[in-house]
Design a binder for this molecule. Sequence first.
Ligand SMILES: C[C@H](O)[C@H](O)[C@H]1CNC2=NC(N)=NC(=O)C2=N1
Length: 129
Amino acid sequence: MFVEGVKLALSEDLQRQIDRLVTTTAGRWRVSENRKALEALICFKTFKKAWEFMNLVADKASKEKHHPEWCNVYNKVFIRWTTHSSSAISGKDVQMAIFCDEQANALGALQETPFESSLGSLLRPITEA
Ligand SMILES: C[C@H](O)[C@H](O)[C@H]1CNC2=NC(N)=NC(=O)C2=N1
């Protein structure tokens, strides 16, 4: 009983953190369609800013042993946090997403990035260009 109670409290806390990320970041973060990942499209002013961001996240990922699925085109970074051994978003995913959000803000990432419109051009196969 006690353990179950702790589990419940933890997942409620996680859900609250996820809700906060999704609702307070102006469309930057969303829960993936299969609900197993947190994803963001982050738009920087320059390529150098995007690269700086990726370096900071790379350092943190090595320390935390939790690595992003991501891609970069010029000033945009698409980033996804998911945990392979889990069927749901984990605390580590949320921790990394919050870290990314803080770093993105510190690097002056553009606040409002319409997810759908920008993602299309970022991931479009090069043959269609
Ligand atoms: C053994 C090692 O810690 C695991 O393979 C880690 C590595 N980094 C990881 N990163 C992410 N995002 N999810 C994982 O499940 C994961 N597993």
